[in-house]
Design a protein around this ligand. Structure first.
Ligand code: IPD
Ligand code: CA
Ligand code: CA
Length: 264
């Protein structure tokens, strides 16, 4: 299968960049502030360059977009969408929870994706219609169907100090409804944890295509469900991401509706 060939290249690129990130976790780093709380390190850029170099060597005619200013358009039906370091704040503080996320889109549809966790050497992957895997073993979402027994994950947008749409109301509603909530700092890994049943649900606002492109496919291929907060079809360009095991989806939608103050 042709897609397997692309996935293999993506896995190699993610693991290579991830190894570099792991090796440099304790090294000194340059930190540049993009906003008040939004930062980037030299290792984000180095990882992006490594991934781009490897993929462009194999697929010189493809399009590429990545977080740190990469946007190469050749008019191809194939577009690589990647986050060279998801969890930059953690990485800058040497908190060992971060990932590399790479997805391939064909004619606007994600056909394969990989999220690599260098610290645990965990490779999450997915291929459209062929399932989701963790280190080569098939994964599926949890079977829990009660929100109050669920472990949820979320994150907060970088503009949380300026914007009222900062997830605090949503968080306040969920914190007394779920068993517990984690804020781990890598949306791509959070979603993969939903895919393999470690989390039962995840929600976040204002994520970018490179945060969710690979992981959203992995969740879907693991039997999970993704929508926006109003139960509309999910897209990687969505302003809202709700990813669950499917069984608690409606319960999470109900809480989100209450938090938005739009309940009947
Ligand atoms: C961030 C992480 C974080 C999420 C933020 C993202 P970055 O990505 O995924 O968990 O809460 O919204 O922007 O900046 O570390 O690549
Ligand atoms: Ca990210
Ligand atoms: Ca990033």
């Amino acid at each position: 299968m042709e897609t397997e060939f692309y996935l293999k290249a993506a896995i190699e690129a993610a693991r290579e960049a991830g190894q570099m990130l792991r090796e440099n976790l304790d090294a000194s780093r340059e930190i540049i502030y993009k906003g008040e709380v939004d930062l980037v390190t030299n290792f984000d850029n180095q990882s992006q360059q490594m991934i781009f170099d490897r993929l462009v060597e194999n697929f010189p005619d493809h399009d590429f977009v990545a977080e740190e200013g990469l946007d190469q358009k050749k008019g191809s039906a194939y577009r690589w969408i990647f986050d060279p370091l998801d969890g930059t704040t953690n990485y800058a503080h040497r908190f060992p929870f971060f990932s590399v996320s790479i997805a391939l889109e064909f004619n606007g549809q994600i056909i394969c994706g990989v999220v690599y966790d260098p610290m645990r050497d965990e490779t999450f992957s997915g291929t459209k219609d062929y399932g989701a895997f963790l280190n080569g073993d098939r994964i599926k979402v949890s079977a829990l169907n009660e929100l109050d027994k669920s472990l949820l994950a979320t994150g907060f947008p970088y503009d949380l100090r300026e914007s009222e749409e900062n997830n605090i109301a949503h968080f306040n509603h969920f914190v007394t409804r779920a068993q517990a909530i984690r804020r781990c700092g890598s949306a791509a890994l959070d979603l993969c944890y939903v895919a393999c049943g470690r989390f039962d649900g995840f929600w976040e606002l204002k994520l970018k295509p490179w945060d969710v492109a690979a992981a959203s496919l992995i969740v879907q291929e693991a039997g999970g469900h993704l929508t926006d907060f109003k139960n509309k079809e999910f897209s990687i360009h969505s302003h809202e991401t709700l990813g669950t095991n499917g069984l608690i989806h409606q319960q999470m939608l109900d809480v989100l509706r209450m938090a938005n103050g739009t309940e009947d």
